[in-house]
Design a binder for this molecule. Structure first.
Ligand code: BJW
Length: 233
């Protein structure tokens, strides 16, 4: 990376949490914890079999509370604290490992530790289960669902993200396959506005050719190394 950097947008995906023990989505033959994506991550799947979907997310909500942030999460939290310019950390992940490392990410695909009321649209911090159909604390409807963005639904805060992509001078993508839109298109968006682009991933992602620079390896090693470079230049 050459010229001086004042405004960074970082996008993270499942790869940054892999070394904490959370499975990525597309590395295990297209199955998530033995389920087909269309059964557990679409509004149609939820309408067809709400119990299956609630049980799936209850299990993942419990599991995420058993794992810890890794050196990549800690390095980004350090960057957020110490970088003197503007920085927006956008994550596709629904875990809370960035927060537990001390960062403040924008969760574009929602959060496991949150429940969304399908009636009043209130969002509530939720660490327990939803399978038993508890009432919404705001409106009392028994219509709470996982607060995650399924295929066909609109990710959160897209206006804010596109504004940041239009004004950043560096876009960095970490641990994401580049298979899911709109996040997969962020690199082109940032490039179109003149930003430098960097990919940190275990292997070349689907959109690897769009990046000015790609570094391949484990996030737990690449991210602390890159953060060290940014903070010393
Ligand atoms: C490591 C590592 C280590 C491993 N270190 N790296 C045709 C064309 C274009 C778009 C569409 C289309 N047909 C349909 C669409 C739209 C659709 C879509 O993209 N579909 C694709 C399948 C093509 N998208 C949507 O529906 C989205 N909404 C939408 O588009 O609304 C309209 C809109 C229009 C315009 C603007 C804005 C909006 C919604 C997408 C919702 C995605 N939801 C999920 C589930 C969330 C809840 C849950 O977790 O259960 O989000 S799907 C899943 O994929 C999850 C992830 O956030 C997301 C991305 O996955 P990610 O993070 O990239 O993980 P992996 O596993 O794919 O990759 C991990 C990477 O890490 C790998 O590369 C590894 O190598 C690497 N790695 N270990 C470093 N140690």
């Amino acid at each position: 990376m050459s010229r001086s950097i004042e405004n960074i947008v970082i996008l993270t995906g499942a790869g940054i949490s892999a070394e904490s023990g959370i499975d990525t989505f597309r590395d295990a033959g297209g199955l998530w914890e033995q389920h087909r994506v269309e059964d557990v991550a679409t509004p149609e799947g939820f309408a067809r079999d709400p119990e299956l979907v609630q049980r799936f997310y209850d299990m993942r909500r419990a599991a995420v509370q058993e794992v810890e942030p890794n050196p990549a999460h800690h390095a980004l939290a350090r960057l957020e604290r110490e970088f003197p310019g503007e920085l927006l950390l956008v994550t596709q992940n629904v875990d809370d490992l960035h927060e537990r490392a001390g960062a403040s990410p924008l969760h574009m695909h929602g959060e496991l530790l949150s429940a969304l009321c399908a009636i009043c649209e209130a969002r509530h911090r939720w660490t327990g289960t939803l399978i038993e159909g508890p009432p919404c604390p705001a409106c009392a409807a028994k219509a709470l669902r996982p607060d995650v963005v399924w295929f066909g639904e609109m990710p959160y805060q897209m206006d804010r993200i596109y504004r940041a992509l239009a004004s950043c001078d560096l876009f960095v993508s970490i641990g994401t396959s580049g298979a899911v839109y709109p996040a997969a298109g962020f690199v082109q968006e940032a490039k179109g506005h003149g930003a430098q682009t960097l990919e940190l991933n275990l292997e070349p992602s689907e959109g690897s050719h769009w990046f000015d620079e790609s570094r391949h390896g484990r996030a737990g090693e690449l991210v602390p190394e890159w953060v060290g470079e940014v903070l010393t230049t």
